[in-house]
Design a protein around this ligand. Sequence first.
Ligand code: GLA
Length: 423
Amino acid sequence: MLTIRSQFTNHFNYNAALVVKSPGRINLIGEHIDYNHGFVLPAAIDKFIEVAIGKRSDGAIHMVALDLGEAIIVPTHNLAPHATAWVNYIIGVVDQVLNTENNNVSIEINLVSKREDLAAGFDICIQGNIPLGAGLSSSAAVECAVLFALNELYDLSLTKMQMALMAQNAEHKFAGVNCGLMDMFASLHGQKNKAILLDCDSLAFTYYPLALNDYSIVLFDTQIKHALASSEYNTRRLECEQGLKIIQEKYPTVKTFRDISLEQVEDCLAFSINSTNEMKEDKLQDKTTKDNTIKVYQRCKYVVEEIKRVQLAVQDLATGDMQAFGKKMFETHTGLSKLYEVSCPELDFLVESVSNNENVLGARMMGGGFGGCTINIIKKTAVEEITKELSAKYNQAMHKELAMYITSIEDGTHVEEETHLVV
Ligand code: GLA
């Protein structure tokens, strides 16, 4: 198979200036709380996006998606969201560098000459092996690979955290998903065999060695992606903001979900709901208001519980109590499925099917939800048998093929050195 360097040379008739590799991510625990100022525990994995890049001088960006066999040219001026999805992940980050006033990351790319240099355009080839739509953050990996490559090529002196924030902005503006910071952060900051605890409030982070010993991290891929995923994602964010505002009205010292107790959630949002989710008070008879109140209450309850759960799970990790850690993964799944409502029958089926298996320490849906993968911690010696059984059951119940990936934890975004074959 041709390397990305040779493919670049074939396309553009000159050699790429550099090749950058950026991984996908898993998240051990802490789901849907990056945008709620909680803690997340992601890690970079052995599936990645690669880009090869070289400068142009005519103000155009020539992009080739090798896996899709598509090539698109866009001028660097007046960048705006493009009809072809993958193009947005590239031009979205270019826009962040060229139009710093758009990036609200207070990044001073004040070296005008460097910006002018970038505005002159570049050629880029892109390829990868992160399954699309599987919740492994292929889009963040593209954004990070491209931005990292631009940072090297044009000597922009951006830190990894600045790049993560810019890539997040790009996703908001060009892909229309109001995602949190976790995916980009993890892709850029990953370290081999380490999970990273990110405090999504202060952006401080700590590496935790992942000593899994006899266990493997196994992803089971539902191979489905619901079209509603991104609109539902944005709705969850809004529901959380709504809940936070209601709680802040009564408790003005509350700044973020980090400051909220379960009692306060009950106090402010459950006032009109009894245990069977029926309204106690007649004043909220309007069905829409009723439904919305119940939803906002459930979302906030999950967020507050999950923030606490991650803090406890990290202690399990530090003391090596993987049984306790795994139990919390199952609890997270229940919360995501019942309270946050971002699961789907296929994900629930996969988690439920392994929940009483003594060789599975923990399992839960991972990422945004509505499809994608479950993450499982499974005893190495049992992986083969469990996968075989689960595939058959899944196929029978859901009429779909199950895909599985055993993941290893790898380094984050980096320049790939040119290897010289010695003949
Ligand atoms: C997606 C988003 C992340 C995060 C997860 C859920 O992957 O891009 O920012 O919110 O969903 O934890």
